[in-house]
Write a protein that binds this ligand. Structure first.
Ligand SMILES: [Zn+2]
Length: 338
């Protein structure tokens, strides 16, 4: 064996790409891969890619699949980790109640330990593993990723918190405004409708269409162009007052969400991820300012450490590998401790 501690494989399945990493017990990446998700993203096609990646990456490390301490896989959807079943993935084709764990064990052998989770929950664990090295006292953390929606996961006592049915940690569907904007989930006033990258872009477009002045007017007026979060970040950096105001508004709602989270589960750290974090302090500073304004004053409550992600897109596979290591800690041949 070339490695004294068995390696774990993390596989992070996304709608457009699959990121994979073979990690040692210190989360050092031994081998990594980044491949596109098959265009025909059916369970069979995606599992083919996962089996192929596992074979190639273990071979590159000089081990067999059965030598792995665990394989952890994150999926962008509803996951029943105990049953080993992916219940639904809207961004992948025909993923309804797929018994992934059984299917992979059938293909790779009964002694290959496979376990699954929701990708955002796994990414939160990845952030925790990374952050824990900077500050070993941090055991309770949330990751909030601002994208098309708001993806998020919670780590309590150093482990993913998945709740009763695997649906915990949906910070984006916390209601932050009574009778607010309608959300795709059926509720009104969800954080996602105010603080996601899409919500920020939508608000800027709406305000320009209503006549607000902005450096981005020419983008909105040109039907051949699509306004993006990157456009808004760039304009804000160039001093566009409208873009700054809309980012500030999103930051205020995000801060309210963070305060609520801290009241309920007393988080020590909150990591903010997603492409919009390219805004840097233009986003982070108003979140911190608004957190201080909204935060309680009854006690000398220490501020949680709110910061932008430093792992970025790698958090997913790091977390998947760490999850496999935790769940299969009892050793080979034992079921995962979910
Ligand atoms: Zn919602």
């Amino acid at each position: 064996m070339p490695h004294t501690h068995p390696l774990c494989l993390g596989l992070d399945v996304g709608g457009s790409g699959i990121k994979a990493g073979l990690l040692d017990a210190d989360d050092k990446v031994i081998v990594s891969r980044n491949v596109p998700t098959p265009v025909n993203s059916t369970p069979r096609a995606v599992l083919d890619v996962l089996v192929k990646l596992t074979g190639e990456m273990t071979a590159e490390a000089g081990i067999k699949s059965a030598d792995l301490a665990g394989i952890g896989i994150g999926f962008p959807g509803l996951v029943d980790a105990r049953a080993g079943v992916v219940k639904a993935c809207v961004n992948l084709q025909d993923w309804h109640n797929i018994p992934v764990t059984t299917m992979l064990v059938n293909r790779m052998g009964a002694n290959v330990p496979v376990t699954i989770a929701n990708d955002a929950n796994a990414a939160a664990l990845g952030e925790h593993r990374h952050y824990h090295k900077i500050n070993p006292k941090i055991e309770h953390l949330a990751l909030i990723t601002l994208g098309t929606g708001v993806g998020s996961g919670i780590v309590l006592n150093g482990r993913m918190f998945e709740g009763g049915t695997g649906l915990a940690g949906e910070v984006g569907h916390m209601i932050v405004r009574a009778n607010g904007r309608k959300c795709a989930c059926g509720q009104y006033g969800c954080l996602e409708r105010y603080a996601s990258a899409s919500a920020i872009v939508g608000r800027v477009r709406e305000m320009i269409e209503r006549g607000s002045e902005s450096l981005l007017t020419f983008v909105v007026d040109d039907p051949s162009r699509k306004l993006t979060a990157e456009n808004v970040v760039t304009a804000a950096r160039e001093g566009d007052a409208l873009s700054r105001r809309i980012i500030d508004e999103a930051a205020e709602f995000l801060a309210i969400g963070c305060v609520n989270l801290c009241r309920v589960i007393d988080l020590q750290a909150i990591i903010i991820g997603g492409g919009i974090t390219g805004a840097g302090d233009l986003l982070l500073k108003p979140v911190l300012d608004n957190f201080r304004i909204q935060n309680w004053s009854v006690a000398e409550a220490p501020m949680p450490d709110i910061r932008l992600t430093s792992l970025g897109g790698d958090a997913g596979f790091v977390g998947c590998a760490a999850m496999a290591r935790q769940r299969f800690a009892a050793g080979p041949g034992t079921p995962p401790q979910v």
